[in-house]
Design a protein around this ligand. Structure first.
Ligand SMILES: Nc1nc2c(c(=O)[nH]1)N[C@H]1C(S)=C(S)[C@@H](COP(=O)(O)OP(=O)(O)OC[C@H]3O[C@@H](n4cnc5c(=O)[nH]c(N)nc54)[C@H](O)[C@@H]3O)O[C@H]1N2
Ligand SMILES: Nc1nc2c(c(=O)[nH]1)N[C@H]1C(S)=C(S)[C@@H](COP(=O)(O)OP(=O)(O)OC[C@H]3O[C@@H](n4cnc5c(=O)[nH]c(N)nc54)[C@H](O)[C@@H]3O)O[C@H]1N2
Ligand SMILES: [Mo]
Length: 624
């Protein structure tokens, strides 16, 4: 955000807006304080200390703490961290990276991550331009560099993230561990079965997290003599009554309404942190699931029966002597999650796609929700269930679940929205129908309440190409980074066979006539750069690429074929070296109807994968 001016410099909005103006970071701060989007950390102070203060001030119950926090924030004694993201106390400090290549594949603005998160060298030449442009968020003259104290990477592959991590925990590969695998789209439950034990020092992911939990438990008395209470802000959530919280946009910070948690402000949740028992809790399926049931996408399913069954019938004999068990600590028994097979069996016992009775109960609940008969869908498969052992004999089809919208009974293929079309389950919108017109005030104000034409962005205005060298030997192209055809993100591409089948690297695809203009021939070395960073690679000249555009497929690794840059100081980077996070403030809307936040579900998207521009130039010299 420090590299941007007001977003309206490059983003077109409707005339005379009330909200659609200013710096995107100010709108993000508004979005956070209105409970639309989450932001971590929540406060500029340790939230455990905030609760301790509340207790000193006489707060006892979670409701008292909630009132205390609301009063403190409303009277500006307790500040939200988003208002000053560069303050030392608001930096993230520890980063555990698991099942991601987070410093390359998913790091939109890789080079900025290197500079500000890690304090490593980078190829950014962009200038910070936010000074004097923000009104609520504090701009500090010096940008933080190297915010993280510790980066831990858990992976079985040496990737770009591993190159930049402090600690790498080698994990077991898919044939060295037991795990479950399913998606809604391939509609089978199947296992990743252990064929051989993990090699050398590697451990399964489950064991790694267990060991970390154990160590934290052992060390916790040094910091905490007893369990403590913590406070967490939770935004207004999708598929909950929160969707009706804000029919009108009113900002407590601007005196337009009162600060009310869960209404005009995020929910204030009080959480007990019992670090001494972290390990015990890790290996136990907790009693809250028994009391509250399990919930997903607004569907709540009671699982008391299944929970008790697991306690009463703890031995589920497996031919290989592994079985579901119970654990006991603090005078209570819980279904075990100690062994990964225990965990898999608990999942299979409670997941509606795996246990017909659970699915049935979910549909019974949904009948009340939507006022239509639905339980008949799950009636025929009510008696079906599988254990991990069953799945090692044969993958099983998933069952129709109230948490998805496909109808897969009788071998039917999964297809989304069947339930909505055939069984008239309302779409998850305010009208219950598919919506084209969006009446959120924010969308109206931005002029995007119906699909709207937006012109191509100007790369000088976005800051992509301001200082980068552009001349008659170079092309300025729209930069697209779609998903690779010969890899899943950064995985599967850097093996010998695939590298032998391709050019052994990730080329940049350029239109033939564009290439001709600047003397680039197929397989020539080119430098692709903008103010965000630089990539050094070969050109793949192809008529399949639209003129004015180039493609560099997601996701590139710094471990394969990366020569030095001639334009910039250091070795070239990967596909996300040319991108930068620009939040489209429109997508920060929340608090109302289907626009309400849901983790991994509803929130800002990666607009930069098409609105970025780059300069492409033939290289004179290749240095390794
Ligand atoms: N420029 C640009 N950026 C993008 C995108 C784009 O199109 N363009 N796409 C975006 C999208 S949609 C996505 S989903 C993200 C993907 O971004 P990431 O999820 O960060 O990408 P991957 O490279 O798949 O990283 C997964 C890592 O997990 C490791 N792994 C696999 N299995 C296991 C396991 O069992 N245990 C452990 N511990 N590790 C394992 C793999 O070795 C790999 O290193 O990228 C996003 N970023
Ligand atoms: N082989 C392979 N398959 C995968 C993955 C993988 O990494 N490799 N990743 C999986 C994951 S996590 C995801 S999220 C999905 C992603 O799969 P898709 O959603 O299909 O994503 P992309 O391939 O990134 O982009 C799709 C197309 O959008 C085009 N495009 C770019 N900008 C614009 C635009 O402004 N307007 C329009 N209309 N089109 C545009 C791109 O040129 C591209 O052809 O794929 C999944 N499947
Ligand atoms: Mo994705």
């Amino acid at each position: 955000w420090r590299y941007e001016q007001e977003f309206t410099e490059y983003g077109l909005t409707a005339p005379n807006p009330r909200w659609a103006k200013g710096h995107a970071i100010d709108l993000e701060a508004k979005s956070v304080r209105c409970g639309w989007m989450p932001f971590t950390p929540n406060f500029h102070r340790n939230p455990i200390d905030v609760v301790a203060d509340a207790e000193r001030a006489g707060a006892k119950t979670p409701a008292d703490i909630e009132t205390y926090v609301a009063d403190q924030v409303a009277s500006k004694k307790l500040d939200l961290a988003i208002n000053d993201p560069d303050a030392k106390e608001n930096w993230p400090r520890v980063w555990f990276i698991w099942r991601a290549n987070a410093i390359q594949s998913s790091a939109k603005g890789h080079e900025f991550f290197l500079r500000h998160y890690l304090g490593a060298h980078d190829n950014v030449i962009a200038e910070e331009r936010a000074k004097g442009k923000t009104t609520t968020v504090k701009y500090r003259d010096t940008a933080p560099q190297g915010k993280y104290d510790l980066v831990v990477d858990i992976n079985f592959r040496m990737n770009t993230t591993g190159l930049y991590s402090d600690i790498i925990l080698p994990t077991a590969f898919w044939y060295e561990k037991n795990d479950l695998n399913t998606t809604d789209l391939h509609s089978f439950l199947h296992v990743l079965g252990q064929a051989v034990p993990p090699v050398w020092e590697s451990k399964t992911d489950w064991e790694i997290f267990k060991l970390i939990a154990k160590k934290v438990s052992e060390l916790s008395p040094l910091a905490f003599s007893k369990p403590v209470r913590d406070v967490v802000l939770q935004p207004l959530m999708h598929d909950t009554p929160d969707e009706l919280a804000q029919p009108e946009i009113l900002d407590w910070a601007e005196g337009e309404c009162k600060l009310v948690p869960g209404k005009s402000f995020p929910h204030v949740r009080v959480v007990e942190r019992d670090y001494a028992n972290l390990y015990n809790k890790f290996i136990s399926f907790g009693p809250k699931a028994r009391e509250d049931g399990i919930s997903a996408v607004g569907v709540n399913i009671p699982i008391k029966k299944q929970y008790d069954h697991m306690l009463e019938n703890p031995i589920m004999p497996m031919p290989d002597a592994r079985h579901m068990r119970c654990v006991e600590w603090g005078g209570k028994r819980y279904p075990s999650l100690e062994d990964v097979l225990d965990a898999c069996n608990v999942v299979l016992m409670c997941a509606p796609v795996a246990n017909g009775e659970v699915s049935y109960q979910g549909f019974v609940n949904e009948e009340h929700h939507v006022g239509l008969p639905l339980a008949d869908i799950a009636e025929p498969t009510r008696g079906v269930s599988s254990t991990f052992y069953d799945l090692t004999r044969q993958p099983r089809r998933i069952l129709t679940s109230p948490c998805w919208t496909g109808l897969v009974n009788d071998g039917r293929a999964y297809s989304a929205w069947c339930m909505n079309v055939e069984r008239l389950v309302p779409w998850r919108t305010l009208t219950g129908r598919q919506s084209l017109y969006l009446d959120h005030q924010w969308y109206l104000d931005f002029g995007e309440h119906i699909p709207t034409y937006k012109p191509r962005l100007n790369p000088r205005k976005t800051g992509d190409i301001v200082k980068s060298r552009v001349d008659d030997r170079s092309l300025v192209l729209n930069y697209i980074t779609p998903h690779g055809k010969w890899n899943i993100h950064s995985t599967y591409k850097d093996n010998h066979r695939l590298l032998m089948l391709s050019r052994g690297m990730d080329p940049v695809w350029i239109n033939d006539r564009d290439a001709e203009k600047v003397g680039i021939e197929d397989n020539d070395w080119v430098e692709v750069y903008n103010d965000n960073g630089v990539v050094v690679t070969r050109a793949n000249v192809s008529r399949r690429i639209q003129p004015g555009t180039c493609m560099y497929y997601h996701a590139v690794e710094r471990t394969v074929y990366i020569p030095k840059s001639q334009e910039r100081k250091w070795r070239g980077g990967g596909h996300n070296s040319l991108t930068r996070i620009r939040i489209n403030p429109l997508f920060l809307a929340g608090g109302y109807a289907q626009f309400t936040y849901g983790w991994n579900y509803w929130g800002p998207t990666g607009i930069f994968t098409r609105d970025t521009h780059v300069v492409v130039r033939k290289m004179e010299k290749v240095e390794w």
